[in-house]
Design a protein around this ligand. Structure first.
Ligand code: SF4
Length: 144
């Protein structure tokens, strides 16, 4: 097993996430935070919220990317160690949602950084977000 494969395996056994808002209305953020509460108890899967990209494996991104946020999200992505993964949460993060075509909005997150999993909804429910993380782990485990 190569070192990168070993690191990927280890990280997906306990995926640490960083939540990034690139211009969301805050409803998606509330759902992300709800997903992290004891009600859903995602810590039993090893999922932990981290305050720094340097400690994160998965960036959970909400909101359409505004012109102001574009450089920042790129920098956060570069600061996240490999192997790293991105989940776009909500219609805005997927393609701009209700904010698409606004003068200050560039579009979805994949206009700026690569995205591995898309979780649709406006906003998506906490269980859909947790399912997105599970799908990402399944995809990476299968090498897809
Ligand atoms: S997808 Fe809906 S809830 Fe989420 S940031 Fe956009 S408008 Fe708000």
């Amino acid at each position: 097993m190569s070192l990168l494969k070993l690191a990927t395996w280890a990280r997906l056994k306990s995926p640490w996430i960083l939540h990034v808002n690139t211009g969301a209305c805050n409803s998606c953020d509330i759902e992300v935070l709800a997903a992290l509460t004891p009600r859903f108890d995602v810590e039993r899967f090893g999922i932990l919220l981290k305050p720094s990209p340097r400690h994160a494996d998965i960036l959970v991104v909400t909101g359409a990317v505004t012109r102001q946020a574009a450089e920042r999200i790129k920098r956060v992505y570069e600061q996240t160690p490999d192997p790293k993964f991105v989940i776009a949460v909500g219609a805005c993060a997927i393609g701009g949602g209700v904010f698409q075509n606004c003068y200050g909005v560039l579009g979805g997150v994949d206009k700026i950084i690569p995205v591995d999993v898309y979780v649709p909804g406006c906003p998506p429910r906490p269980d859909a977000i947790i399912y997105g993380v599970a799908k990402l782990i399944e995809k990476v485990t299968k090498g897809g």
